[in-house]
Structures are given as C-alpha cells and as structure tokens.
Design a protein around this ligand. Structure first.
Ligand code: AMP
Length: 591
C-alpha cells in the first residue's frame, strides 16, 4: 500500500465521528493492504513504532522536526515556526508549507507504508554522538520524497499528534471485519491481543491465517499479558454471594504490579501498563534467576518494600521511592523489595492461563518454595462472609489495603475486569469506599490566587468500554495542592487541543480541551445523578438523559498524574454504574 493511500484514509477518518463508519473505513483500508504491511499500518495508526512494551520512542523534539521541515522545503526555520503557530499543529503546517514549496512538483507518490515505517524506526533507533543531526537529515529526506498530505501525516506521526480517535478496541473490530469473517468475531481477536499486547502481531496473524490463527494464539515469553483486573464490591456478604461458594481470599498489597518473564538467565519485568521496568528492579530480577529452579515461567504479583526481619510492610510512600531511573543501586540497598506473587500464567513452557485458580495456586506455591525474596500472596479459603470479613480486618490491621477474593475455578482472565476476582478495600467513613481513576479531558483557568498557575480545575471522564469512548463525570475544582497544580499545568498546558477530541463525550465545555491521555485518582463523597455529565447516560445509570456525577471530588496522592495507568485503564462507566447501585443498596440496608 502506498503511504499516499494511507494518508487519504487518515484524512477521511479525521472527518468521521460515527464509530461504525470508522470501523467500516478501517476494515476497507486493511483489506487493501498486503499481508506484510498490516503490522506497520497498525503501528502507524496507533501512533507508535513498535508495540509499546518495547519502549521505542521517536526522540524528535519539536525544534528538530521544525528543522527537518525547513530543510526539506527550502524554507527558513522562522517561516516554519510562524506557520506552526498559525496552524497550531506541526503536521498541518508541514503540509501547507510543502504545498507552497518548489519541491511540491517533485513528489513521487511512491512511498510505501513499509518504507515510511522502516525509515521512522531507523530514525528513532539512531543514537550516539551526532545522532541529532542525522535524525534531522533522515526525516528531511523522507519529507522531501513526500506529497503535502503525506508530509502532514509523517510529521503528525513523528510528533505523536496523529489523534485519529481510534482506540485499540476499534482497530480490533475492524480487523475482525476485514480478516476474520465479521465484527462478531471481535472477542477472539481481543483474546489474542490480551495474550500478547501487540496489536501489530495480532493484525499480521489475522491477515495471514484468519480466525484459525487467531484462535490458536498462546502466551509468549517476553510478550506481556494484559493484566487481569478485579471488580469491586463493598461488603463481604455481596462478595460471597457473587462467588457462589467457597473462594480464595488473598491479601491486597499496594506496591508495584510486576509481571515477570523468565527464560534461563534472561528476565524481564513489566509494569501494569506493560512498560519494561526491569532496570528499576535489579534485585528482583536477580532473585528470579537465583532463587527459582524452574527454567521458564511467567508470574504476576505485587512488589513492595518489606522488612524481612520484622515482617512488616512498609507504606506505599516508601515503596514508591524505588521508582527511579538513576542511583538505583543505592535505593536497592535501602529499600529491598519483596514480591508477593498471586498468579502464574506459564511454567516450563506450558500455558497455564486456562487452568483453574486452584491448580495455578498449587503450581505457584511449589515454584516459589525455595525463595526468600518472593512468596505467594497470603491466602485463606473462605466459606462464609464472617471468615472473609475477619481476614479483611486482619489485613487492614497489618497496614494493607484490603483483600482480593478469587473464584477457585476461574481461569486467568487477561486484560479484563471480571467478577472472578473481587476486591474490597478499606473504607473511609462517609465516603465512597473506593477511589476512582479518571481520565483528564479538559481543564479550567484559575481565578484569584490560582490564576498564578493558569490552572483552576479539571474536567474528568470515565472510560466506556462498549463505546470505546470517554464520558465526563466530574469537574474537580478544589483541594489541589500547589505542587499538584503546577504539575498539572506544566503537563496539560503543552497538550491543549483546539476542539473537543474524538472519543470524548461531553455536554460541558472546559476552558481547554486536552487529548484523553492522563489518569488521576479521585476520592468523592458519593455518586449522584446529573444532567450535565454524560457518564452512564445511555446505559441508564441515571435514568433518561441523566448521567452520573461525583459529589465533593478531590485528587488523591502527592503527584497528580498516575503514571502507571493509561486512559483505557481508568474506571469504567460500567463500574461507576455498579458503584452507584451499591451505594443505593448499602444506604437502603443501613436505613
Ligand atoms: P486497584 O488498583 O485498586 O484497581 O486494585 C487492583 C490491583 O491490586 C491489581 O492491579 C494489583 O496490582 C493489586 N493487587 C495487590 N494484591 C493483589 C492480589 N492478591 N491479587 C490481585 N491483585 C492484587
């Protein structure tokens, strides 16, 4: 496929807001691509160079791109800067300049999508002395071969500003339509994606082998599995009712989620967001090699600073100090980590993901038997609400967050929040028992003192999985610390977009829109019905054209933005509706 054709599709996609139309157009685009082109097309469409867990970044600052545009069009850097300011978007500016420049007529229209993807990968991985100039030259060379429209999308891709409004779920649905016999097979593609976290690979297999290849997908060492997540319920009675009989109850640890892959002496540790965090945890990586006999495995667990002598958990504020890129060895000495493993998804080359919890737990206990740095999460079997409640109280007394109950028969549900795992956390009197992780979609200007920071509040949204869209739930206007305000202004101020971003559903208009990218943790007193917010409006969370909102929302945490969560990891609309129903139920039971 020519990059020109891909650019045409992007142009059309940017003018569509209906999700179904987007899926149709994407499916048409995929069916026109060669089997060996699908992977590259998917990465470009996602705005990445490789699956995100490989951590390959473009590494091109704004000024470098400006220079490449100037170089390839014969303009001065000043001219590019002026056009950029006018257009508010470097891609648009590059397209306009290219359209006016003398080199316009030389456009070959021959760039293929694979050529663009390969060149961009080469630019990104060029490092070392003199690499800055080399990167600029390579980008300029690519731009000088491109038409104005191609230049627009190459620059947008480089600057991480593609913003086509396509979530992973939408791309998967289009792949199902193009290669697997229809959108109805989307679930199989989702399963494959949840097992490897590499949308490009899933697309390539779908294009080459159709549904058969997709159904045969297995976990692969060093490709992170999208983590299983827990639903929430507020009382032991409700949890036991939902579990439908004896269940396992594990302590819930508050540290770093670690998914550990081991093959001989090679170890990788992935975060909850599937980033490769191995360099941050050399002590854990060494323990995996030295303290586990099994040659290959994949483990899931939570690592926290723990005093092995007094058997005490250190608070999260201590553990979090291990999150650093420099002087790691010093912190390793001061704050050694302990891993509480709660699952095992692969052992000795055997896929355990579909085995029942009880069997995986046995395998986990046997595997960690000889380790001092790693142990299975403390667990009891509970058959009554009282047993569960007592274990919960004991865990809270020990300084933990709460418990996670697990169905004994359940498989490891990659990438999904299901009732086979249910969490119950410490509750705070008069407040919702759990916090919400919300996506920032806009912000407000400050008044009075706050205006020093040019920041006065956030517009936040939940993630609606069914629609693959973000629905507003709250304006948060109070309770920010100065540190949080300057952090938020510093980050959001650079990311303002002129119009409401695609996938954001909102009736209210903040002073500035931002692309849904950052997650904040919010505590509130209760969930109320609201005509001004869109959360749950269509699902009837509130009834009729009424959505749900938060009463007295405020940010939690020292740092405002949760770096471990992406927008699709935010609390979902479905969960908020569930919390709203529970809140009504608990109130009714109390009165
Ligand atoms: P939350 O972040 O409140 O949604 O809670 C879910 C998180 O709890 C998971 O992503 C894990 O990182 C963490 N967690 C801690 N202990 C456990 C456990 N025993 N089982 C499952 N998840 C756990």
């Amino acid at each position: 496929m020519k990059f020109r054709d891909l650019s045409d599709y992007y142009e059309k996609l940017s003018s569509i807001s209906s999700r179904l139309e987007m899926i149709d157009l994407l499916a048409e685009m995929f069916s026109r691509a060669g089997k060996d082109e699908v992977r590259g097309i998917i990465y470009i469409t996602q705005g990445v160079l490789a699956p995100p867990f490989e951590g390959i970044e473009f590494g091109m600052a704004e000024k470098m791109v400006e220079e490449a545009v100037a170089f390839s069009t014969g303009c001065t850097k000043k001219e590019v800067e002026v056009e950029y300011r006018k257009a508010g978007d470097m891609g648009k500016a590059a397209g306009l300049i290219k359209g006016r420049s003398r080199s316009r007529g030389l456009s070959s229209n021959e760039l293929s999508v694979n050529q663009v993807h390969r060149s961009m990968l080469k630019i990104a991985t060029t490092a070392g002395g003199g690499s800055k100039d080399l990167k600029i030259k390579m980008l300029a060379s690519l731009l000088s071969q491109s038409s104005p429209l191609e230049a627009k999308y190459i620059v947008k891709y480089t600057m991480d500003e593609l913003r086509l409004g396509l979530g992973d779920a939408t791309i998967l649905e289009a792949l199902a339509a193009a290669y697997c016999g229809g959108r109805k097979h989307k679930a199989q593609l989702e399963r494959a994606y949840n097992l490897c976290s590499d949308l490009g690979l899933v697309g390539e297999v779908a294009a080459a082998e159709g549904l058969v290849g997709i159904s045969g997908f297995k976990v692969t060492l060093f490709k992170p599995i999208r983590p299983a997540l827990a639903e929430r319920l507020p009382t032991a009675e409700q949890i036991m009712e939902r579990m439908g009989g004896t269940c396992a109850v594990e302590q819930k640890y508050d540290g770093f989620r670690c998914q550990i892959h081991k093959d001989g002496s090679k170890v990788k540790i992935f975060s909850r967001r599937l980033e490769d965090t191995t360099p941050m945890f050399p002590d854990l990586a060494a323990a995996v090699v030295n303290e586990i006999g099994e040659k290959s495995l994949i483990l899931d667990g939570e690592a926290l600073a723990y005093n092995n002598v007094t058997n005490e958990f250190l608070p999260f504020q201590e553990t979090i100090q291990r999150k650093r890129k420099h002087n790691i060895s010093e912190k390793v000495e001061q704050l050694p980590l302990h891993l509480f493993a709660f699952d095992i998804m692969s052992l000795g080359g055997k896929d355990l993901i579909s085995e029942p919890y009880s069997k995986r737990r046995k395998a986990l206990e046997a595997t960690l038997a000889g380790s001092a740095t790693m142990s299975p999460a403390t667990m009891i079997l509970a058959s009554s609400p009282k047993e569960l409640e007592d274990f919960f109280e004991k865990s809270v007394e020990e300084g933990l967050e709460g418990i996670v109950a697990k169905q004994l028969e359940s498989e490891y549900v990659a990438g999904a929040r299901k009732f086979s795992w249910i969490k119950m956390k410490r509750s705070y009197k008069g407040e919702l028992s759990d916090t919400l992780d919300l996506v920032v979609v806009g912000y407000y200007l400050g008044r009075g003192m706050r205006s020093d920071f040019k920041f006065g509040g956030l517009l936040c949204a939940t993630y609606n999985e069914k629609k693959d869209a973000f629905e507003t739930i709250s304006r948060i206007g109070t309770g920010f610390t100065e540190k949080q305000m300057s952090e938020l202004q510093g980050i959001l101020g650079k990311e303002v977009v002129r119009e409401k971003p695609p996938r954001v559903e909102s009736i209210v208009h903040p002073d500035f829109w931002v692309y849904p990218r950052h997650v904040v943790t919010v505590r509130a007193d209760e969930i109320t019905k609201s005509p001004t917010h869109t959360c749950g409006m269509e699902e009837g969370g509130g009834s009729g054209r009424v959505g749900l909102a938060l009463r007295f929302p405020r940010l939690v945490g020292d740092e405002a933005i949760r770096k471990d969560k992406g927008p699709e990891d935010a609390t979902t609309t479905k969960e908020v509706i569930e919390m709203y129903r529970n809140q009504k139920r608990v109130r009714a039971e109390d009165s």
